[in-house]
Design a protein around this ligand. Structure first.
Ligand SMILES: *Cc1c(COP(=O)(O)O)cnc(C)c1O
Length: 404
């Protein structure tokens, strides 16, 4: 069979399960109101949680960075790609996380996917056992597959189950690997319990705070600040393309760990450093996260989360026959579990018809039978925006109930 026939058969099977994915074209930048395929929609799908991507000060800093540094970095960091802007970003992050990780240093990456690949493959050598949370992000799963370590999975948020697995392990090095905020559920990992296990069993805790950085904690430092955690056993991964509104990622950890990543993380060593203008603009983003703009956006997020959650609970109670449900979300990620793939796509289409974009998430991204709308809030959504979503959902629920 030729490759094209083979792929066409697979594509047909994907379509038959209502799992076909396709691109939409954005005609304006990310913001609560964005023009998609030529039509303005009210968006509940971006990870730009603080609305900083649309902040004029960020665009200005990018332009200033480009005037000063030009375009690309020209080389990998160890050759000549590591600029003073890269260093200032890493130093700022090291200072931010010093209260949580004694002797912290930070190292930058172009994306969170790359940062996870680096930390898990470099630390997960043949002496290591990786204890991987069931709902970890795809980048952590792929990284574990590439690592030479033995991989043991533990059930979602199951501290007791993990304890049994750690007690039985004879591995010289033990790494617990988890998302801090689960990207499709919006709930928080039981980090205090996981850290206590790390202390008890001489293990290390890799925390991917892609959705917590900028959002959680009084100063927006993320899950570690939110939960008041501090330990030399914490290895933090943060991304800078979500709440920070730009691009990139970092690992913050004990200086020895960061020094080792610099020697051993192949995707750090053999990949071009990020554009220095982006790093320059990240310094402005950090100042915004740290200052009154960040504080105000975080306060608005908390208010909009409560408004949305209360509204969704009332909706579910009005339409119990639909079988919709909420997760334990405690973040700007507030999924509405619908169940079937076709049902969730019909619901997303009805919302889009009404001028709202909320993505339907299907397997394999989530477990079969738990297809959901993944609603994400932004610090620049207004009360009226969230009301508009709740009204559109009520209409869609009523019409699905009539059809059933
Ligand atoms: C988005 C995300 C990543 C990847 O980060 P990018 O910078 O987008 O590559 C990693 N982990 C989690 C949990 C994420 O949500």
């Amino acid at each position: 069979m030729s490759l094209l026939e083979h792929l066409n058969a697979k594509l047909d099977a994907i379509s038959a399960q209502s799992l076909k994915r396709s691109l939409r074209r954005a005609d304006t930048g990310t913001a609560p109101r964005q023009t998609i395929n030529g039509r303005e929609l009210l968006m509940f799908c971006s990870n730009d949680y603080l609305g900083l991507a649309a902040e004029p000060a960020i665009a200005e800093a990018l332009a200033e960075g480009a005037r000063r540094w030009g375009g690309g970095s020209g080389a990998s960091p160890l050759v000549s790609g590591h600029s003073a802007a890269h260093e200032a970003v890493a130093d700022t992050l090291a200072a931010w996380f010093a209260p949580h990780i004694p002797q912290a240093r930070a190292i930058g990456f172009c994306t969170g996917y790359m940062a996870n690949l680096a930390v898990v493959t470099a630390l997960g050598d043949e002496h290591t056992e990786i204890f991987s949370e069931q709902l970890n992000h795809a980048s952590l799963i792929d990284a574990a597959r590439l690592a030479r370590a033995r991989i043991t999975r533990y059930a979602h948020a199951d501290v007791t189950g993990l304890r049994t697995l750690l007690a039985a392990s004879t591995a010289k090095i033990k790494l617990i690997v988890t998302d801090a905020v689960f990207s499709m559920d919006g709930d928080l990992a039981p980090l205090p319990g996981l850290l206590a296990l790390a202390e008890e069993f001489d293990a290390w805790l890799i925390v991917d705070d892609a959705h917590g950085f900028g959002v959680l904690g009084e100063k927006g430092r993320g899950s570690l600040e939110h939960l008041g955690l501090s330990s030399e056993r914490l290895i933090l991964v943060g991304t800078l393309g979500k709440a920070a509104g730009l691009a990139g990622a970092f690992v913050a950890a004990h200086a020895t760990i960061v020094d080792y990543l610099l020697q051993a993380a192949r995707n750090f060593i053999f990949s071009t450093a990020s554009p220095p203008a982006v790093e320059h603009a990240l310094l402005t983003s950090f100042a915004l996260i740290d200052g009154p703009v960040g504080a105000a956006r975080r306060a608005n997020l908390v208010a909009r989360q409560a408004q949305l959650r209360n509204g969704l609970m009332a909706l579910i109670n009005r339409h119990p026959h639909l079988g919709w449900a909420l997760t334990d979300a405690a973040t700007p990620i507030q999924p509405l579990i619908v169940g079937g793939n076709a049902e969730v796509m019909a619901l997303a289409a009805a919302l889009e018809h009404a001028g709202l974009r909320v993505p339907g998430i299907r397997p394999p991204t989530v477990a079969a039978g738990t297809a959901r709308l993944r609603i994400t809030l932004c610090g620049t959504h207004t009360e009226a925006d969230v009301d508009a979503l709740l009204i559109a959902l009520e209409r869609a629920a009523a019409s699905q109930e009539r059809a059933a």
